[in-house]
Each structure stands twice: as C-alpha cells, then as structure tokens.
Design a protein around this ligand. Structure first.
Ligand code: MTE
Length: 395
C-alpha cells in the first residue's frame, strides 16, 4: 500500500452507514468480488453440455473441502433435480440365494438408519486425461479440476445389504445403478462394501447433496474413480461376478502400450498438484510466495509431499496441513522466495503404502501415451523471468 493510502485515511461507506439486514439472502452467496471463481467447462470437449464435464477452480480454493457450489460435475446424460418423495433405492440379488429379502427403501426410511459422516475426495478417472501425450490445457482448473473433496453423510451399504439378508459367501460383487438416462452401472467388489467404507450418501458438506452431484442419493466409493460414485442411485444388485457393463467394458479402461486394454483399474493412485501459483497465473514481483497444493491417494493417507523449484533436481519437504484424512484431499504448503529467475515448480506425493507419485517418464514407460484414464504423473509449472506461469512436462 502507498504512503498516505486513502483506503486508510478516508473512512469508507461501510464504516459510516448502516449495513444490510439479516436474512436478506436466506441462502448465503459468495461476495460479488469473487464472481470469477466458477466451475468452467472446456468448450468442444463433448458435443453437448449434457454429456460433459465442468472443472473445479482448484487455483482459488483453500484447505481441503470443495464448496458444494464449485464441486466438479460429470454427467453422461444431463442432470435432474429428482423429487426425494418419488425416489427409491431397490436392493436385490441376481439370484435369490445371494440376498434373502430384496427391499425397496424410501428416502425417509434411509435417513432414519444409523449414519456416518466422512471426508473423501472424488476424482474422475479421466482427470489429467488430456495430458497423456503432451501438454494440452493451460491451467490447473483444466489439468486437475475433475477433483473435489466433501464431507459426505449417509448409510453404510453393508448395513443395507445385511438388512436384506445378503450371503457374503455367495455374493462377491455389487452392481450400482443410477436413475438418470445414462444407464450408469458399475461393479464394485464386495470387499470394499464388507469393510464398511462404501456408503449411500444423502449429505454433502452439512446439507443435502446438490442436484448436480446426485441429489437425493449417491454412492460414495472412497479411493475409487468417480464413475463408480453412482449419482441418483436407484438400485443395488448383488451377484457373484463382475458385470462388465458398458462403462467398464468400453469406457473407463486403460489402453496399454501393447495395444491391449486393462479393465477394472479403479483405484485412484497417489497424486498431487501445486494449485497456487499455477498455470495461467503471474508472479508480480520477486520475493516471498506461499506455494500451496493438494495431495491425495486412493489407497489411504498422504504421508509426505516434496516440492521442487528446479524441475525435480532438488526437493524440499512441504508442510502438511491437517486434517490428514483417509482417502481425502490433503493440503500442503511450502515457503518459496522467487529470485526472478526461471523456475520449474513440481510436487511429488507419497502415501502410507510407500508409493511415490511418478514422473511422466516413469509413468509412460508402463502406460505409454495413448491412454485416457489414471494419469497421476508429477505436474510441472514453469515460471518465466516475467513471472508468467505455464504448463510444461518434465520426463
Ligand atoms: N452417476 C450417474 N447416474 N450418471 C453419471 O453420468 N457420472 C459419473 C459418476 N456418477 C455419472 C454418475 C462420473 S464419470 C463421475 S466422474 C462422477 O459421477 C462425477 O460426480 P460429480 O458430478 O458429483 O462430480
């Protein structure tokens, strides 16, 4: 601020006049000065917006929770604001021997059952999918914005299956089905349900789910790619083998370098990204910057994040800011003094299994360059002498 700063010397109108009354906005909205922080779609990505993605503005978010209004969206067939009074969840078996008492639950019935609240990230398997061959998009919103993290509330699926008399010895898989027109159906191995982690959620960040995110009911499958988090969840079937539905036989499969496809690779491996400063932003002057970002792993908790300012030659361990939750976004920060010279910013996360996030070269050795899904390579942001930041790849 300049000497004799008028913002200090002159009293502004908000100090000298009466403010607005309570409940003028019965549902609060962000400040008008924050109107640029929006989810955004990538024009031309799909033919119609009903089958598209909107990306979360990671560059402008703090902490680990994504505000519900900025949670990314991925719809295969558009979204609906479903009337909860008309919504049902049916649970059945592909064979009567797998589940003794098939049932249909209303929302009221589900919401009377014992609930859990847990913070988890959801990442679309296609996040960072445009970057397999080379850099494709300029900002972290587009490279990594198919990622969000919320506190979800709901009923463990295990509890519902047991209520319906499941036979765990025979029923080893679950098929989840959505109520929209996309015939979204995904197989989930029963171990994930039996250990209590999978739940049917109605709550998101303290209120009911948003319509775009599956109101009034969605599946939460911690650590697993977003496509399995079936929205507008209307049916769960138990069976004895994977279902190989269209969204697990034709889509959401990994094209490997030998030309074969890999199926059912649903866990989101350990990954991280620096969100600020990041692509499309500009450093105004030399000096101190708080470098901040997010780390996550579908296999558990994040244990360490290292940051490099020289494209991966030297690394510095970042401060992990709590809370560190299982299969949730984890915030890291690191101090940096920019000397005005070119720099290459990278982050590299390590999870509790000891897995280290790979560089592009390492990932491509195994996965090639023609895939879409499950790109968890280290992201590089290049800082130019004029402070401009761009997306580059370092092998
Ligand atoms: N469930 C239904 N019923 N229909 C869908 O189109 N999209 C899936 C999944 N669940 C989808 C769905 C995909 S591909 C993803 S990545 C996540 O929902 C996105 O969840 P979100 O829109 O809440 O971010």
């Amino acid at each position: 601020a300049a000497e004799g700063d008028p913002a200090i010397l002159n009293l502004p109108s908000w100090t000298t006049t009466l403010g607005l009354p309570v409940a003028m906005n019965p549902y609060g909205q962000p400040s008008k000065y924050e109107s640029q922080l929006l989810r955004r779609e990538s024009p031309g990505l799909t033919r119609v917006g009903q089958a598209s993605v909107s990306f979360a503005p990671l560059q402008g978010l703090f902490g680990i929770i994504t505000p519900s209004g900025l949670h990314f969206e991925r719809h295969h067939q558009g979204w609906h604001d479903v009337d909860p009074a008309q919504h049902r969840l049916m649970i059945n078996g592909s064979d009567p021997a797998f589940l003794k008492k098939p049932k249909v639950y209303t929302m009221d019935e589900l919401m009377r059952l014992p609930s859990v609240s847990r913070i988890h990230f959801i990442e679309c398997g296609a996040n960072t999918g445009l970057e397999w061959g080379n850099v494709a998009v300029p900002t972290v919103q587009y490279t990594h914005g198919m990622l969000s993290c919320s506190e979800f509330t709901g009923v463990p699926l295990r509890l519902l299956l047991e209520d319906c008399g499941v036979d765990y010895k025979k029923a080893r898989y679950v098929l989840a089905e959505g109520a929209d027109g996309s015939s979204m159906t995904r197989t989930i191995p029963m171990e994930m349900v039996e250990n209590g982690e999978v739940f049917v959620a109605y709550g998101q960040n303290g209120e009911m789910l948003r319509p775009e995110n599956g109101y009034p009911l969605r599946l939460v499958v911690p650590g697993v790619q977003g496509v399995s988090w079936v929205k507008w969840l209307r049916r769960i079937e138990v069976g004895d083998k994977p279902y190989a539905t269209k969204d697990e036989a034709v889509h959401y499969i990994d094209l490997m370098p030998d030309g074969k496809h890999r199926q059912y690779t649903s866990i989101q491996e350990c990954k991280s990204v620096i969100t600020t400063p990041s692509g499309g932003q500009r450093l105004l002057e030399k000096g101190f910057y708080n470098v901040t970002g997010l780390a996550w792993s579908g296999r558990g908790k994040i244990t360490r994040v290292d940051v490099s300012f020289d494209g991966g030659i030297n690394w510095k361990t970042a401060r992990i800011e709590g809370p560190v939750q299982n299969k949730a976004l984890t915030r890291f920060n690191v101090d940096w003094v920019w000397d005005g010279k070119p720099a290459m910013l990278q982050s590299r996360a390590i999870d509790e299994t000891g897995y280290v996030q790979p560089a592009y070269g390492q990932l491509r050795e195994v996965r090639g360059t023609k895939s879409i899904y499950h790109n968890n390579a280290i992201q590089t942001w290049k800082v130019d002498t004029n402070g401009e930041i761009s997306n580059v790849q370092v092998l």
